[in-house]
Design a protein around this ligand. Structure first.
Ligand SMILES: Nc1ncnc2c1ncn2[C@@H]1O[C@H](COP(=O)(O)OP(=O)(O)OP(=O)(O)O)[C@@H](O)[C@H]1O
Length: 650
């Protein structure tokens, strides 16, 4: 959907045409392009601010606190005193200053957390990334070792290892080492899986072919992609280490000659702090652990944003203000609009007839991606789809075709928002359904039964681990739970036959089918419930022209046989001329021309349509037949629709 320029690496807002889609009309906005590093950073949010405040505050207390307080071991003769001006956090049973202990204990626990975080991350990166990239025996060996470490129950192992080290030698670093050794394996497995996926990406293959050394491919090509994941694992390793250390200390297996929050809790428990209600003794260390864990978790939410940019949401201010003003309707040649006041009775009747025959009407639809820099992807689009009609939606990459299709089907997700407009489905039984007003359950029942969709890159939409039959059957059991099993099987076989795939292939898995067959299976799936409208978003991309032609002919044949209407989306205008009854040409979010295919072919009105047509040269001078008849120069033939019959060569 979003197109990245191969040269600049920037999203297609930079392209001359698509660029206009993102700019608020008449309101130049100064938009400095974020540097690469800045783009990697998470956006500022209250969660991040609170997380940083907690972590930095506790970190600073751990670093500088011990310098400002007295000796934590000094024994005074006032045991178990409540917090006062002299002792801000009171004293322990033996008269030690709790604040002094807390400062040293925070430093000790942070040391443990940091060392475990670093060691566990390095170990998991080593075994996960190196193994995953090297493959073969190295991977098998590393993987076996990780699995063994993973199945050994962590806590008993920690207790055994910690128990082996004599109490007097058990400093914080021993505990840290033990915790690191027992906590890296799960992360290593996640990193291995990610590396296995990354090593097959095209850019890694390109680096290999270009002769880059292995260490460089790992460090330059693969590692940067794993950094957000490593950062997240690092944060969790710290939280887990601080908690585990506290647990070990509580059991009396923690650092014996060091101060940590865990040892503080251990001594508080031994000193009967709870029984004496000495909350100032056990409360502060517990609170520091809880707040530090909470702070790190909040920071981790922001790290998630880097891993998955889709989680980034628009700033509420921008969303509320509707940063992109919705432009007033622009009159466009051939675009269906409200009836003008001067309409003659004949025109009014023609309009009413059109409404009677329509299966879908979209009016004044505006869709905006409420991102930091809002993108007005669909601008005041009004189209109608006749019953049994094939409506082509053409336009260059990034002009808003997919966004429009998703919004019609209510498949758009935040940050996309329908700002205004209406989508009405005119059911066979004469009922009008306002799609934008359907609730979740109504929408679930409506989709696929009345309006189905073949997604962009459809051949990759099949689940690779489930057979074709199960995937088709799932649709039937969801929408028709009472349909007997035998009938479901027959229906699955029937739709496969309709799209020209041998029904024996039902029990195959997706990888056993060719790309064209998978595409046909997706079309079969879209037809399962006999919908009245099918939206096809570039269903034949990535297929060679012969297979493409076969599938397109199939779609026309099925439409003629079954009578469903199709919205066919592609950037390939000549293909639409062959296929469609009417065509809507989109540019920068707007429908700039909307007319019968013949008219667009013979006398395109908008300069952009002419430009699109001129950009596809004709080799023979003859157009209009190759999809319908399979012959390039002959213009007679079985599958043609009346609209196409008279199409003249350009
Ligand atoms: N999640 C998103 N956040 C912000 N902008 C988006 C998002 N998805 C798409 N856009 C923008 O919306 C505009 C329309 O995109 P859309 O995918 O609908 O175009 P398209 O015509 O279907 O392109 P293509 O033919 O390449 O699939 C583009 O400018 C795109 O950058």
């Amino acid at each position: 959907m979003t197109n990245i320029s191969p040269l600049t690496g920037s999203a297609d807002e930079g392209a001359p045409l698509a660029g206009t889609a993102s700019e608020p009309a008449g309101k130049p906005v100064k938009q400095g392009r974020a540097s690469g590093m800045r783009a990697l950073l998470p956006s500022w949010s209250p969660k991040l601010a609170i997380g940083l405040f907690l972590v930095l505050g506790i970190g600073l207390f751990g670093i500088f606190g011990p310098m400002l307080v007295g000796d934590p071991n000094a024994i005074n003769n006032i045991g178990m005193t409540e917090p006062s001006g002299d002792y801000w956090l009171g004293t322990t049973q033996t008269g030690q200053d709790v604040l002094a202990q807390l400062a040293h204990a925070t430093r000790g626990s942070l040391q443990v957390g940091l060392v475990v975080g670093i060691l566990a991350t390095v170990l998991s990166a080593f075994f996960g990334i190196i193994g995953g990239y090297a493959g073969g025996a190295v991977d098998e060996g590393f993987n076996l070792f990780s699995n063994v470490m993973l199945v050994i129950p962590g806590l008993p192992l920690v207790i055994v290892i910690a128990g082996f080290v004599p109490a007097e030698d058990r400093g914080w670093w021993t505990v840290a080492l033990v915790l690191a050794v027992t906590s890296w394996a799960a992360s290593a497995r996640v990193l291995r899986a990610q590396t296995l996926s990354l090593r097959n990406r095209d850019y890694v293959a390109a680096a290999r072919v270009a002769g880059e050394k292995r260490w460089r491919i790992v460090t330059v090509e693969i590692l940067p992609n794993l950094l957000p994941l490593l950062a997240s694992q690092f944060v969790f390793a710290i939280i887990a280490a601080i908690l585990s250390e506290a647990g070990l200390s509580f059991l009396g297996l923690g650092a014996s000659n060091s101060h940590t929050l865990g040892t503080m809790l251990f001594f508080a428990q031994n000193g009967f702090a709870l029984q004496y209600e000495a909350w100032w003794w056990f409360g502060p260390p517990g609170l520091v652990i809880a707040l530090f864990g909470c702070g790190l978790s909040l920071i981790n939410f922001s790290i998630d944003e880097i891993i998955n940019p889709k989680l980034r949401v628009a700033k509420p201010a921008a969303a509320k203000a509707g940063a992109v003003p919705v432009a007033p309707p622009v009159p466009v040649a051939g675009v269906a609009a409200e009836a003008p006041p001067t309409e003659s009775p004949a025109e009014a009747e023609a309009r009413a007839e059109e409404r009677r025959n329509a299966v879908l009407t979209v009016k004044g639809l505006n869709v905006i991606y409420q991102t930091e820099k809002p993108v007005h992807a669909v601008k005041d689009v009004s189209i109608s789809l006749g019953r049994g009609e094939i409506l082509g939606l053409a336009g260059e990459s990034g002009c808003g075709k997919t966004t429009l299709a998703y919004a019609i089907n209510r498949l758009h997700r935040p940050p996309a928002e329908v700002a205004s407009g209406s989508v009405t489905f005119h059911d066979r039984d004469g009922k009008d359904i306002d799609l934008l007003a359907l609730d979740k359950e109504e929408l679930r029942q409506f989709r696929w039964a009345k309006l189905s969709m073949v997604f962009q890159g459809a051949m990759n939409s099949l689940n690779p681990v489930i057979s074709i039959h199960e995937q088709l059957d799932d649709v039937l059991t969801t929408h028709k739970p009472d349909m007997p099993k035998k009938e479901r099987r027959e229906r699955c076989e029937e739709v496969l036959r309709l799209v020209g795939v041998d029904p024996q292939r039902l029990d195959s898995f997706p990888h056993e089918l060719s790309g064209g067959m998978r595409q046909r299976v997706m079309i079969a799936m879209a037809m399962l419930l006999d919908p009245q409208v099918m939206i096809m978003d570039e269903p034949t991309t990535a297929l060679d022209v012969v297979v493409q032609r076969g599938i397109l002919r199939e779609i026309i044949r099925l439409r003629d046989e079954l009578g469903f209407a199709v919205i066919f989306i592609t950037h390939d205008l000549p293909m639409l001329l062959e296929l469609s009854d009417r065509i809507a040409v989109m540019r920068a979010g707007e429908v700039v021309e909307y007319a019968p295919a013949d008219q667009i072919y013979e006398s395109p009105q908008h300069p952009y349509t002419r430009q699109l047509l001129d950009s596809f040269p004709s080799l023979t001078g003859e157009r209009g037949a190759f999809i319908r008849t399979g012959e390039s120069s002959e213009r007679a033939g079985g599958l043609r629709t009346p609209n196409a019959n008279e199409r003249a060569p350009r």
